[in-house]
Design a protein around this ligand. Structure first.
Ligand SMILES: Cc1ncc(COP(=O)(O)O)c(C=O)c1O
Length: 385
């Protein structure tokens, strides 16, 4: 099946017993046992729940893995992945990545003596240099491509090959692209994680996370961690996420289309000094991205000039909502330095380019004219007099 069909019919297609085209919501914490030592495949919903399992099978199919695991948030999924490592191990992470991921590595796992090195993932030679220097210590390379919020592109195949050579797991946060546009496991990654809160859910109505792997033994280890630490996704949210996933292809096509038009508008705008979008021809990483993904996604970041009061700009928008998150049908705009990336120390933020004038826009699927008019008006209203 092609991905557009797999989104709708992948995993467990409907309910075999009744013919219902949707997976029933098994809103239960526990399951009655048939007899001593005999059950119907389920015991307790932390360990396994049929609604969650249907979702987990679906996302396993979508990413081309052996299976998936669904969590109560993207951070719970990332925490489960980081729980694979032990005291003395090190992680290699990008110099710009989602602030919450940086925070859990820097403020939680570091306390357990799991340290990290930072690298510019768009330069493969830099990645190799650190892996060589830290040979034997780095056990996990965690990347986002594109990175959040500066849209740096990492070469998944080259990094996965390097990681393997140095005995490290290659982990890719595929939140921005989704399996509709990019499948990291096909390029050699070991683990894919998602904040399914974003494009996969697509309607800003559920907080969820996913892990997908291509090795059965690794899936079992991660299921053990999921069951032991308990950050599972509930049945109703599993249903909502499965429902959102069905329309991913049509939504992503429109996100791509709208974001490309907004990027063009921003590139030509006198109030904007820099635009970050993977689809800008000639940019570092453009060719690599085209090789590993079939679209550029819906997130575009940009830096406004000093003649614009960025606080006023953010508050002046009417169609585009000022708020955290991304990937919903509605356009969302945020200020990374104080919101999504506030957890990253200021000196690192400034050094890599997460400046105060940086704005991240998650382009929704509204009519493009309404979005462009909203931006034009907000620029007008926020000009410094
Ligand atoms: C790229 C990326 N990964 C992970 C997360 C964390 O996911 P959640 O908010 O679902 O815990 C986010 C949240 O914004 C994100 O943007």
């Amino acid at each position: 099946m092609k991905i557009e069909s797999l989104l709708i019919h992948g995993g467990i297609d409907g309910d075999e017993k009744t013919g219902a085209v949707n997976i029933p919501i098994y809103q239960t914490s526990t399951f009655k046992q048939r007899a001593f030592g005999e059950n119907n495949g389920y015991e307790y919903s932390r360990t396994g729940n049929p609604t969650r399992e249907a979702l987990e099978k679906l996302v396993g199919d979508l990413e081309g893995g052996v299976g998936g695991l669904a969590f109560g948030s993207g951070m719970a999924a990332i925490t489960a992945v980081l729980s694979l490592f032990k005291s003395g191990d090190k992680m290699l992470i990008p110099n710009n990545l989602y602030g919450g991921t940086f925070r859990v590595i820097d403020k939680v796992f570091k306390n357990f003596n799991i340290d990290y090195e930072i690298v510019d993932v768009s330069h493969i030679r830099e990645v190799k240099k650190i892996l060589e220097q830290e040979s034997g210590k780095i056990k996990g390379v965690f990347i986002e491509t594109p990175t959040n919020p500066l849209m740096d592109i990492a070469d998944i195949k080259a990094i996965s090959t390097l990681a393997k050579g140095y005995g490290a797991l290659a982990i890719v946060d595929n939140t921005f692209m989704t399996p509709y546009l990019q499948k990291p496991l096909e390029f050699g990654a070991d683990i894919v994680v998602h904040s399914a809160t974003k494009y996969l859910g697509g309607h800003s109505d559920v907080v969820a996370g996913l892990i997908i792997v291509k090795d059965k033994e690794l899936l079992e280890r991660l299921h053990f961690i999921q069951n032991s630490t308990g950050g599972v996704l509930g049945p109703f949210d599993s249903f909502l996420l499965g429902k959102g996933i069905k329309t991913l292809a049509v939504r992503m096509d429109r996100h791509n289309e709208n974001a490309a038009k907004i990027t063009k508008f921003l590139l030509e705008n006198e109030n904007v000094s820099k635009v970050y979008y993977p689809g800008i021809k000639g940019n570092l990483g453009y060719e690599i991205h085209r090789k590993q993904a079939k679209g550029f996604g819906g997130v575009v970041s940009f830096v406004v000039n000093k003649n614009i009061d960025y606080k006023k700009f953010l508050s002046s928008l009417k169609v585009i909502s000022f708020g955290e998150s991304l990937g919903g049908v509605e356009s969302l705009i945020c200020h990374p330095a104080t919101m999504t990336h506030g957890a990253i120390p200021k000196d690192i933020r400034q050094k890599v380019g997460i400046v105060d004038e940086l704005i991240r826009l998650s382009v929704g699927i509204e009519n493009i004219e309404d979005l462009l008019d909203d931006l034009k008006r907000a620029f007008e209203e926020s000009r410094v007099k």
